[in-house]
Design a protein around this ligand. Structure first.
Ligand code: URA
Length: 200
């Protein structure tokens, strides 16, 4: 059911020319994961080169690292998560998407969340978080790991922000309190909350 509704949005999104990114993209990168079984929506920033060429989010180096962390936490990319990006087309040189590009993509992002109606939203990195957060000076390092509520299209969702895996590619330490250790803790908390929801 969800898949059918998402297919309609995906068709529109694949023909989108609402911003300049349409001129340079190879593929619109719409989503990955099983929409019918996933109870978490994970939102990244925008496709990189590998994603642009393949049409699938988080399949490059950052995506592979994300997979490792998800596996370690016992979260299944195939069944538990529906993975999307704030912006569906690759910004040249992987720059941060502009406000105009984010605004042009917002209707697809909101439709995906609305249709998925997830138990939890995970904002992966600052771009995803700031698309839904009032204070644009918010720092992931300050609020990661804490549940908060976010309202999208008049519906309230539980949400958590986590580090972006690109940041973890530059930070290798596994010391107590290091970004990689905090990522492990945050994903364990997310997995735990899914188990709790299954019991309740
Ligand atoms: N970074 C993102 O935020 N999304 C991707 O799909 C790949 C890298």
């Amino acid at each position: 059911m969800k898949k059918e509704l998402l297919n309609i949005v995906e068709k529109k999104c694949k023909n989108c020319k609402a911003c300049e990114l349409a001129k340079t993209r190879h593929n619109v990168v719409f989503s990955d994961g099983n929409a019918d079984s996933a109870s978490i929506v994970l939102i990244g920033e925008a496709p990189g080169e590998t994603e642009d060429m393949s049409g699938t989010p988080f399949v490059g180096r950052a995506g592979q690292l994300l997979n490792d962390f998800l596996n370690d936490a016992g979260l299944s990319r195939e069944n538990d998560l529906y993975i999307i990006n704030t912006v569906k087309c690759r910004p040249p040189e992987n720059r941060v998407p502009t406000d105009e590009e984010k605004a042009a993509c917002e209707k697809y992002l909101h439709a995906q969340i609305d249709i998925m109606n997830p138990k939890a939203i995970v904002f992966c990195g600052a771009t995803a978080l700031k698309s839904f957060w009032h204070d644009q000076k918010v720092q992931i390092s300050k609020i990661r790991g804490n549940w908060f509520n976010v309202t999208i299209n008049n519906k309230e969702y539980r949400a958590m922000a986590i580090f972006h895996p690109s940041y973890l590619l530059r930070n290798h330490s596994m010391e107590e309190g290091s970004p990689r250790r905090l990522m492990q803790q945050d994903l364990a908390e997310i997995k735990n909350s899914l188990n709790m929801a299954a019991v309740c």
